[in-house]
Design a protein around this ligand. Structure first.
Ligand SMILES: [Zn+2]
Length: 304
């Protein structure tokens, strides 16, 4: 009965090479089939539904900073392991594996460059490196960058993507919260603006320190932003959380962030705000402890 059986050539017709592997992807959100190259060209935002995939730190810098102007700083700083911490594997092994996986030495890239012609200090966290956790070196790099900006009179932007403080460094990582916050205090006393950009996810000690201290706090759409994760809160308070809890839109409605900006519009928005602050800075009186910056923030908000 082979005449009625499955044609022998069926396998030839759907040869694998007709659909090259790795070129297409099914969108996690809208389930549409999307071309990977198109996704990359669209800054990892789904061209069909605008769902945001993680953007690697190098690509983020490329999307914000004018071509060829970014100068990386403090690139060789990595966390030591004074506690010789071991969980399911030793901390130094985790560091080596993360380096191999991401090509990054730490969970943040710091440096300075031009955003539409304006010099800024920029730090970009990368969730792919140990969940973007804030260890001693991450805190140190961010602090050094802010101090550099204070010295040079530059505004600062930090793009966060972080699971919080790095547990393998215990108290040493928690101390970074105070250190980075104190550095931002110096920036403020110089009347230099700081824009905090929150991406999915920004949680824990990162949210509880520099990420929440922006003169303007911007979030990407639908980003998870909070201190403890929603599951932990639900288990603690034994209540179901409202829909959209800890997402950008919910936080905007409740006043925790200033604005939600699409990824493709971030560069123009950040430039606009910095340009506004820096050009009005000259009018501020010296030593007014940042009151002028606040006044300008109100002005900027009324314009935006
Ligand atoms: Zn989609």
């Amino acid at each position: 009965m082979s005449f009625f059986g499955k044609p022998k050539y069926s396998k030839i017709l759907i040869k694998k090479k007709d659909i090259p592997p790795g070129l297409w992807e099914k969108c996690k959100s809208c389930k549409e089939i999307i071309h990977k190259k198109q996704l990359e060209e669209n800054l990892m935002a789904c061209p069909k539904c605008n769902f945001l995939y993680p953007l690697p730190s190098a690509k983020r810098i490329e999307s914000l900073i004018d071509e060829g102007t970014f100068v990386e700083m403090f690139a060789d700083l990595i966390s030591a392991d004074p506690l010789k911490f071991v969980d399911s594997k030793p901390y130094n092994v985790r560091q080596e594996q993360s380096l191999k996986k991401t090509g990054l030495k730490e969970a943040v890239i710091t440096g300075w460059g031009k955003i539409s012609g304006l010099d800024i200090g920029l730090a970009v966290m990368d969730f792919a490196y140990m969940g973007g956790s804030m260890g001693s070196a991450v805190g140190e790099k961010i602090t050094l960058l802010i101090e550099f900006a204070v010295e040079r009179g530059l505004p600062v932007a930090i793009v966060s993507a972080s699971g919080g403080a790095r547990m393998q460094e215990s108290t040493l990582s928690l101390m970074q919260m105070a250190k980075t916050s104190a550095a931002l205090g110096k920036l403020r006393r110089k009347n230099l603006p700081f824009i905090s950009i929150l991406t999915n996810p920004t949680t824990g000690g990162t949210t509880a320190s520099f990420a929440s201290l922006g003169d303007v706090i911007i979030a990407e759409p639908k980003a998870l932003i909070g201190f403890a994760g929603p599951r932990v809160i639900e288990q603690t308070i034994k209540q179901e959380l409202p829909e959209g809890f800890q997402r950008s839109e919910f936080l905007l409605e409740h006043g925790l962030i200033d604005m939600i900006v699409e990824r493709k519009d971030l560069k123009d928005t950040v430039h606009f705000i910095f340009d506004f602050f820096m050009n009005n800075k000259k009018k501020l009186k010296k030593g007014n402890n940042g009151k002028g910056t606040l006044k300008n923030l109100k002005l900027a908000k009324s314009i935006i």
